[in-house]
Design a protein around this ligand. Structure first.
Ligand code: HEM
Ligand code: HEM
Length: 336
């Protein structure tokens, strides 16, 4: 905790150097995307396991608060990707280090340049959606309430990690935190993994965002009769559940391409994101073996939950009963 306070105050005091700011931005954007990913994989699995809850989750995405969040999310992914590529290039070309301040500025400029046309395209979908006079929307209180179970779940995972760490410490008498021995073979593996996965994530995540924000748009997920992006089938019921069902059931040359795509995306972003979270949390818990070990456990718990839940959703089928439940839930959503 003291380390965290020191980092924040020193970063603000140190102000000047662009390298310092790009390090902070890379960290903050990475953490923001991990938080979104946690909510997103859990609620996407509801399309299979709790269709009525998925209908509400997408309705929450379509409210002004989450619309603003989506713009922030897209900006975070764009900046983190460009800056990640800069880090990777400089790691393999240490001789170029003298250009790092200029490169950090270039990354910022490129991120702004790419964000502008993307935001314009996204804004077109936003206007079309909000300009519809018949449009009904969930209220702010309901939106905030819908996020409380996630906050409780994250809190429970933190408590479980601390208890497991305390139990491990008591049983083994271990005074150091396992799994973070700098320079070890496993840490070298993770160092390389962060770079390789970062490169692989670029086409995967930008392809996904282009489909969900630019080509089709978050709002067209629930549009009746709209051909679902990446497929040839329309969304007859106009429910978010049928949207996912059409994508996951779509076959190209006999292969369920979007299931495979989402599986690759899930595996890469969860492993990269939660290992990144481990770097951040262990940086701020250096003085406490209990908390440092708990930080590692928390990342293992988080990554495992998302991989199992997201993986199970991907291998299951979404049948017509699920779409029926979703249609009824959509009708009920604004009935009260
Ligand atoms: C607000 C922006 C986003 C929207 C509206 C969105 C929408 C969706 C939808 C509808 C699905 C269901 C499957 C499909 O149709 O392919 C899905 C799955 C998925 N998305 Fe996104 N997505 C967004 C951003 C992201 C980002 C930034 C990431 C990565 C960091 C991501 C990672 C995933 C993963 C891993 C899956 C598969 C989940 C599973 O296996 O259950 N999404 N997304
Ligand atoms: C879009 C492509 C991406 C690239 C090129 C990329 C690249 C990188 C690189 C090079 C690092 C530094 C690793 C190190 O210090 O050893 C990193 C760290 C990190 N990444 Fe990514 N990444 C990408 C996407 C993502 C996504 C989708 C997430 C979230 C799910 C994420 C979360 C993080 C976090 C939390 C860190 C740790 C930051 C820190 O230590 O300060 N990244 N990324």
């Amino acid at each position: 905790m003291t380390a965290l306070v020191t980092t924040i105050t020193e970063t603000l005091r140190y102000r000047g150097a662009i390298g310092q700011w790009s390090w902070v931005l890379h960290r903050v954007t990475g953490l923001g995307v991990v938080l979104f990913l946690t909510l997103h994989v859990i609620d996407t699995s509801w399309a299979v396991f709790y269709p009525d809850l998925y209908v509400k989750a997408i309705a929450v995405y379509q409210t002004p608060l989450f619309t603003i969040g989506e713009f922030v999310l897209v900006a975070c992914v764009i900046y983190h990707a460009f800056n990640g590529i800069r880090i990777i290039v400089f790691d393999y070309r240490p001789g170029w280090w003298k250009y790092q301040a200029r490169a950090a500025l270039l990354v910022l400029g490129l991120s702004i340049m790419v964000s502008i046309p993307v935001f314009v395209a996204m804004f077109g979908h936003v206007l079309a959606f909000y300009n519809d006079p018949m449009r009904q929307m969930l209220g702010l209180v309901e939106v905030i309430e819908s996020q409380l179970p996630f906050a409780a779940g994250i809190g429970a995972a933190v408590i479980a990690a601390i208890i497991a760490s305390a139990a491990f410490g008591a049983v083994t008498g271990e005074k150091t935190a396992a799994g973070i021995k700098r320079g070890s073979r496993i840490e070298k593996f993770w160092w390389s993994f962060m770079r390789v996965s970062g490169i692989l994530i670029v086409p995967l995540v930008f392809g996904h965002l282009a489909m969900m924000h630019v080509i089709q748009g978050v709002f067209a997920i629930t549009e009746v009769g709209h051909t679902v992006v990446g497929t040839t089938t329309p969304n007859v019921s106009g429910t978010a559940v049928e949207f996912v069902a059409n994508r996951w059931n779509f076959l190209f040359a006999g292969v369920a391409v979007w299931r495979l795509y989402d599986f690759a995306l899930l595996a890469m972003v969860v492993a990269h994101g939660f290992n990144g979270l481990r770097y951040v949390l262990t940086d701020y818990t250096m003085s406490s073996p209990l908390l440092r070990r708990a930080a590692v456990y928390l990342c293992v718990i988080g990554a495992s939950v998302l991989l199992v839940l997201g993986g199970l959703a991907l291998v299951n089928t979404i049948d017509s009963t699920a779409i029926q439940i979703a249609s009824e839930a959509a009708e009920q959503l604004f009935a009260q």
